[in-house]
Ligand binder design. Structure first.
Ligand SMILES: *Cc1c(COP(=O)(O)O)cnc(C)c1O
Length: 355
């Protein structure tokens, strides 16, 4: 019963008509791709600066990934980079079926413009919203599906809210939601009748992508805390922004995509851009030195197209925006229990490193 309650809570949050809970953000992406009928012979455009799962889900369907460039300042797919990918696909004669856009770090993709391009080119849109739960885009909750066909979430422990492991897909299509509900449990349909009480039917292959009642109980409780988490994370981001300003242009705080406002975001990751050439320290040394001061940093993400698996499939791709973003990006600690002293400490140690 709590699975349904959790799904209802997710529809309340996102104001999408349907939510389908599942076992992870990855299975959410896989279910979304399956629901759109993505299959062998189809190509799906995916920005290369994302977690592996956004691209892997396409491969689970035996379809192919066309990696797309991103804005070099935000790491986010833009109407311009999407258009470039579509031109590339057309020149190569690829059959593009969909695009997966990623609200990287919690800053929303320009879905309105993306939708216009998608309609013009006959593409479906999946929004990988794993970073952005609780945020808004153009006055609507992330995952609302006004602009995208499906939106996916992850409740992995590192995410803004967690169920231990877990995920969900939201949509306004009853047909897509029903299809995903069946697929998450072996595509098993109860067809019991008076003369065969036990009967069930499997017309198509399905999976065990269910989320358990226990996990949904945790998820319901986490959802209640989401507004508090969002507010706290946003305060930390604002404090970082103001305190790191003095290091500009050696350090650049997260650029806000056009037509959006940081107040509306649900920040999952705080990524700054560091001019490592100018400060004459490598990214690795920078991270190592901070680690010595007990400050953990991360890189979000290694562009997926550079992974050996994808290079073997598609060869080398030239994506200059991804490269320029990746060279400079580094993520600083961002968690709700951080206090002002912690932020001062991180900023102070960074200041000593860049001098
Ligand atoms: C975490 C994440 C996923 C995968 O979610 P899991 O729950 O770990 O499977 C997919 N996409 C993005 C952008 C993510 O951050």
């Amino acid at each position: 019963p709590l699975v349904e309650s959790f799904e209802n809570a997710l529809t309340k949050l996102t104001k999408a008509k349907f939510a389908v809970a599942c076992s992870s953000g990855t299975s959410a992406l896989h279910l979304a791709c399956l629901a759109l009928g993505i299959k062998k012979g189809d190509w799906v455009i995916v920005p290369s600066v994302t977690f592996l799962a956004s691209a892997n889900a396409v491969r689970y369907c035996n379809a192919d990934v066309l990696f797309c460039d991103v804005d070099q300042e935000t790491g986010i797919i833009t109407p311009e980079t999407l258009n470039k990918a579509i031109v590339k696909a057309r020149n190569k004669g690829l059959k593009i079926k969909a695009v997966i856009v990623v609200h990287l770090t919690g800053r929303p993709v320009d879905l309105k413009e993306i939708k216009k391009i998608a309609i013009k080119n006959g593409l479906k849109i999946i929004a990988d919203s794993c970073h952005a739960i609780g945020g808004t885009y153009s006055g609507l909750p992330i995952g609302n599906c006004k602009y995208e066909h499906l939106s996916t979430f992850s409740f992995h422990p590192v995410k803004t809210i967690t169920t231990g492991e877990g995920g969900a897909v939201t949509t306004n299509s009853k047909k897509l939601a029903s299809a995903m509900k069946l697929m998450r449990s072996h595509n098993m349909i109860r067809t019991n009748s008076d003369d065969k009480m036990w009967k069930y039917t499997m017309n198509n292959l399905g999976y065990n992508y269910r989320l358990s009642d226990i996990q949904c109980a945790l998820g319901l409780n986490q959802l209640k805390k989401l507004p508090k988490f969002k507010k706290k994370r946003s305060q930390i981001v604002e404090l970082y922004n103001s305190k790191l300003q003095k290091f500009y242009p050696k350090i650049i705080t997260p650029k806000i995509p056009r037509l959006s406002h940081p107040k509306d975001f649900s920040w999952h990751i705080y990524s700054i851009l560091v001019n490592f050439k100018e400060i004459k320290i490598s990214k690795n040394m920078f991270m190592k030195k901070l680690k010595k001061e007990k400050i953990n940093t991360q890189v979000h993400y290694i562009p997926v197209h550079t992974q050996p698996y994808y290079k073997r499939l598609y060869g080398e791709s030239v994506l200059p925006g991804c490269k320029k973003y990746y060279e400079r990006t580094i993520s600083l600690p961002l968690f709700t229990k951080m206090n002002d002293d912690d932020i001062d400490y991180v900023v102070h140690k960074i200041g000593k490193l860049i001098k």
